[in-house]
Design a protein around this ligand. Structure first.
Ligand code: GLN
Length: 288
């Protein structure tokens, strides 16, 4: 017998609640609306409609994955970030709302440079889905971007996301560990590198620990390995008057600033995330 959406929503919510998922009702709505290709609002007005057995089975399979602590957007395979939709894959971190703070911070710098020079080149180190770089390219039409990653899977996903969002003409990819294979200078360097201390990674919630790639989370013993690697070569790859924008862990502002100050940079700007934690640092060369 065909099931109504209302019944499937209630059944899904109850199953997720029984599995201890705190956001059971919301997750049920996101999963079902995502699978049906409907907005949350549209789903609410269609509760009396039925779906066929195949769709009911797909919904139940998705709910079972969520009950086993897989994140909603991993199950759906894509997630929205800064108004664009990004496909996820095994080697890509799921874009987080906090990371939109980094995009917000970099757009005025990109626009100022583009207004002065007529163009602006950005490199996104450890690009993953490409979310940061592509969101910026979408907002700043004169900009061109390079996304680097150590993972071919991530680079293929980033290229796919550029294509889906109509940005592939201005986006290139390069397989590289931080700056290792990067040539030339850029007006803007951005990165959301792994910054969690190795011994903490194990304590993360199962959604993150089991489903986000460890290489995108684990920043080494003190969480700062990637910043150290980036700081060491940043001067060689930054144009005059260029800026570096980094996402950081909530308690890393002093330590990351010290690493960049030691390489001849100064803290130019910083921003907090929606939760009020230090989340973004912007550096310029000392004296510029
Ligand atoms: N913000 C991510 C988390 O909370 C960590 C991302 C990173 O290490 N860059 O899991």
């Amino acid at each position: 017998m065909a099931e109504t959406l209302d019944r499937l929503l209630a059944e899904s919510r109850d199953r997720l609640k029984a599995a201890g998922i705190e956001t059971a009702a919301l997750d049920a709505r996101h999963l079902i609306s995502g699978l049906l290709g409907l907005s949350l609002a549209a789903l609410m007005t269609r509760g009396g409609e039925t779906v066929d057995d195949a769709m009911a089975a797909r919904i139940r399979a998705a709910v079972a994955r969520r009950a086993a602590r897989e994140p909603v957007y991993r199950i759906l395979g894509e997630r929205e970030f800064y108004g664009l939709t990004f496909k996820l894959s095994k080697d890509t971190l799921e874009p987080r709302p906090d990371t939109e703070t980094l995009v917000d911070c970099m757009i005025p710098h990109m626009r100022r440079i583009a207004a002065r020079k007529g163009s602006c080149r950005i490199v996104d180190l450890g690009t993953g889905t490409g979310a940061i770089c592509l969101a910026i390219l979408h907002q700043v039409l004169e900009a061109r971007g390079l996304g680097t990653d150590i993972s071919e899977d991530a680079l293929a996903t980033a290229r796919d996301n550029a294509e889906r969002n109509g940005l592939s003409a201005r986006f290139q990819t390069l397989r590289s560990n931080w700056f290792d294979k990067v040539d030339g200078r850029f007006d803007v360097v951005v990165s959301n590198p792994p910054y969690i201390r190795s011994r903490i990674v194990d304590e993360l919630e199962p959604e993150v620990k089991l489903h986000d790639p460890a290489a995108a989370l684990d920043g080494g013993d003190d969480g700062l390995n990637a910043y150290r690697a980036i700081a060491l070569h940043a001067d060689r790859h930054l144009e005059t008057d260029g800026v570096i924008g980094l996402e950081i862990g909530f308690d890393q502002k002093q330590a990351v600033t010290a690493l960049f100050v030691a390489q001849g940079f100064r803290l130019h700007d910083s921003a907090k995330d929606l939760g009020g934690n230090d989340r973004v640092l912007v550096f310029k060369r000392d004296g510029e």
